[in-house]
Design a protein around this ligand. Structure first.
Ligand SMILES: [Cu+2]
Length: 182
């Protein structure tokens, strides 16, 4: 009886694992090891794809903290200018936007011993960025009297290009040779 129930739980867990990745994913940093000393977080993050909308979950004991820092402070293991710092031992950090995030432990010496994590957040999977190339005309002539400088500079370069005969046709795509010849 107990074995049957256990098997049923395994099946449910497998179904949940398969169904999960469509939406936001909570990544427990370090998996079962959590946020602790002696874990290689570069290896932990290497096989994962973090997308905007996912979350990092830091689970740690009272001897550790989580500090989100800049790239420079990440390299220097400095938590004194942290962007955000947490010590509640169960911290969920939302990866809201694409980019690179840097986390270190604020306890003295821990970051230097490898307790640091950087993740690269990709754009959300089904994001269709609209083509909003605002091509506003730049012909906003200023009302002041400084328009003579701009017109003279453009006219001089334009005259140089026009002055070379055949310069336009030099870049015209020539017709290919007869098809079939190698
Ligand atoms: Cu620590």
């Amino acid at each position: 009886m107990a074995a049957i129930m256990a098997a049923g739980l395994v099946v449910l867990a497998l179904l949940a694992a398969v169904a999960a990745p469509a939406h936001a994913t909570d990544y427990v940093v370090g998996d079962s090891a959590g946020w602790a000393s002696g874990v290689d977080y570069a290896t932990w993050a290497s096989g994962k794809t973090f997308a905007a909308g996912d979350n990092l979950v830091f689970q740690y004991s009272a001897m550790h903290t989580v500090a989100e820092v800049s790239s420079a402070d990440y390299s220097a293991c400095s938590a004194s200018n942290s962007i955000q710092s947490y010590s509640d031992q169960n911290t969920k950090v939302a990866l809201t936007a694409p980019g690179t995030r840097y986390f270190i432990c604020g306890a003295p010496g821990h970051c230097g011993n490898g307790m640091k994590l950087t993740v690269t957040v990709a754009a959300a999977a089904a994001t269709t960025t609209p083509e909003t190339s605002t091509s506003t005309p730049a012909a906003t002539t200023p009302p002041t009297t400084t328009k003579s400088t701009s017109t003279s500079s453009t006219s001089s370069t334009g005259a140089a290009a026009v002055g070379r005969p055949g310069s336009v046709w030099a870049f015209w795509p020539r017709p290919r040779a007869s098809p079939g010849s190698p």
